[in-house]
Design a protein around this ligand. Structure first.
Ligand SMILES: Cc1cc2nc3c(=O)[nH]c(=O)nc-3n(C[C@H](O)[C@H](O)[C@H](O)COP(=O)(O)O)c2cc1C
Length: 229
């Protein structure tokens, strides 16, 4: 277990979440309970309220590779992330970025899904959700969710139908072992929700140190020139 060498002020810590079927909400509440802070749905929160916090954790269920609500959340924090990136690249100094408040808050993301335990799927999730350079520094934790085919609402039924067909039609050579498992989950449902899986995130928040497996340590792609496509 990591050392708790950083004081986390529960009054200045918040867990925000978007949850359609309840799994991300369950995790948000557990994480908030462990940190002694509040858990609030993203749609009941506003950008200007962020100013009251030093540590902001955002989590959402995964739908077709996208973390629900993440786009909205990152819109709010992009200013900070861009300034940090400029400081990293030396466009502005760390002191300047710090003065404007770019380092005032620590951000943590968690994604809740039923197929996030493989390295390949995690990297794919990072590529889909943290596609802008400035988003790459966000740590992302992966938590196992739940799926009940009887409870599918709205367009979700249609999405699962298409996804099922895609998995079934995959040439055998490309089909991974996890694919068969996801197909089984789609058919019969699953409940993988597990409180112990929140430990890594909680410890990271408390210690201020994020283990490598929850950060994107890949080299950034070289920038494509406008002229050389
Ligand atoms: C339409 C739909 C698409 C989904 N796509 C994915 C996916 O791409 N990857 C994954 O790991 N889980 C996927 N899931 C499973 C959900 O992420 C999982 O059920 C999670 O617990 C949902 O979070 P929530 O209960 O907070 O809404 C999907 C579920 C639905 C209903």
């Amino acid at each position: 277990m990591m050392q708790n060498d950083k004081k986390v002020d529960p009054q200045r810590t918040i867990v925000l979440y978007t949850s359609k079927y309840g799994a991300a909400e369950t995790y948000a509440r557990w994480i908030a309970e462990a940190l002694g802070c509040r858990a609030v749905p993203l749609d009941k929160f506003s950008k200007k309220e962020l100013r009251g916090y030093d540590t902001v954790i955002y989590g959402g269920g995964v739908q077709a590779g996208g973390i629900r609500g993440l786009e909205q959340f990152t819109k709010w924090i992009k200013g900070d992330l861009k300034l940090r990136q400029m400081a990293k690249r030396g466009t502005i100094s760390e002191a300047e970025a710090s003065e404007i408040g770019a380092f005032d808050r620590q951000y943590y993301i968690f994604a809740v899904g039923i197929s996030l335990d493989s390295e390949e799927n995690r990297l794919q999730l990072r590529d889909i959700n943290f596609d802008k350079d400035c988003l790459r520094e966000l740590p992302c934790f992966f938590l196992p969710g739940a799926f009940d085919p009887a409870k599918l609402a709205g367009v979700d039924k249609a999405i699962i139908k298409v996804a099922t067909k895609m998995f079934q039609d995959k040439p055998e050579a490309q089909a991974a072992a996890e694919d068969a498992q996801v197909l089984r989950y789609f058919e019969t449902g699953c409940d993988l929700i597990d409180r112990t899986r929140t430990t890594a995130l909680i410890e990271s928040v408390k210690s201020g140190a994020v283990p490598e497996e929850f950060r994107d340590t890949r080299e950034p792609e070289p920038k494509k020139s406008f002229w050389k496509r």
